[in-house]
Write a protein that binds this ligand. Sequence first.
Ligand code: PLZ
Length: 428
Amino acid sequence: MSSQDLHKRRGAAVARGVSSTISSYMDRGTGASLTDVDGREWIDFGSGIAVTSIGHAAPRVVEAVAEQVARFTHTCFMVAPYESYVAVCEQLNELTPGTHEKRSALFNSGAEAVENAVKIARHATGRSAVVVFDHAYHGRTNLTMALTAKSMPYKHRFGPFAGEAYRMPMSYPLRDGGLSGEAAAARALDQVAKQVGAENVAAILIEPIQGEGGFVVPAPGFLPALRAWCAENGALFVADEIQTGFCRTGAWFASSHEDVVPDLVTTAKALAGGLPLAGVTGRAEVMDAVHPGGLGGTYGGNPVACAAAIASIETMRELDLCAASRRIESIMLPHLQALAQTHPEIGDVRGRGAMLAIELVQPSTRGPMGGPAPDTERTKAVAAACHAAGLLVLTCGTYGNVLRFLPPLVIDDDTLHRGLEILSAAFA
Ligand code: PLZ
């Protein structure tokens, strides 16, 4: 059945609220390529939003999943436990920043991991306030909508939202007049002290590099200052590494670039090579503060997803995908910077590793927070031109004016160059 026919069927069956970036329907994939049902090849610069870092249909995951499905698909870890859940927790404890003793718990989605991190932080501290930032994205459930910044499309008419979430100004070098990380942190923390009260803060929750909010990389010093404030004030520093985790930024976790050791880390996406699995990992004394039975869910840490996670992590280790991510940066970043030289509408090139983006602006018009005015229309047009030429790119950002690039980390140089050529042609 063609994409066109499937699109018609979808219109009559699938709720309008669930939308898709492209209207081609996928048939299969391998590495960084996808083939749609019409037989057309796509170069994937999105990885299903930072999930398939080890590539589509990664052989080790396919094998591990098939083997596990044949043994058993589900017992519920809360009823009858199994080894792979324990093994995934061991891996998370080892790989997340810091050498302190840790514990982990497994869930189904990123939003569920964030919700549980908040539950754990509140329980462990006996406090309720959660500090979040402008442009943040943490999910679409009721609690995580309260933590997510952007109204349309995530929150519009879906309230009332959960309470005790407090939003502070973010460090956003293109749009905050180039405030230093320390100054931006002082600005946010002063408001926390005045508006929330330091002694009421259970956690500061932040993406070390913002994802949906526009791949905003905070100025150096911002994250360490927030981390230090938490330590001084009895609050927990929670890093949402759901999009940045597992080699995406050239390190296992993005917090490490500034030697930040979070109290709690949320993970999902690339953890299980495409199967739904998420985790909360943190200090043993914080995680174990919660009473037995206080955390869980029917499917959390499903054995098939755990088998996939073990296979994914093995693949990342064996292929050294953190190094692959840095290699992708060394090819992509100069290409994007050269493109920006000839296209003044590219107002910023930013990111780390294989998590890179360009922000499109109207260079001579002032916009939000004194930065250049966003050019949302041109961003949509460039993305559409890429899609027409078979390159799957995603947009993001509070103003929808950021093109983001998240290729599978296993992408080969030839495919990467072909993708970048399509991007350049789309600008032309
Ligand atoms: N935290 C940092 O990036 C998911 C969402 C796409 P779930 N980002 C993609 C969309 O429009 O729904 C994300 C994230 C960060 C939390 C989440 C939530 O993860 O697995 O989508 O619930």
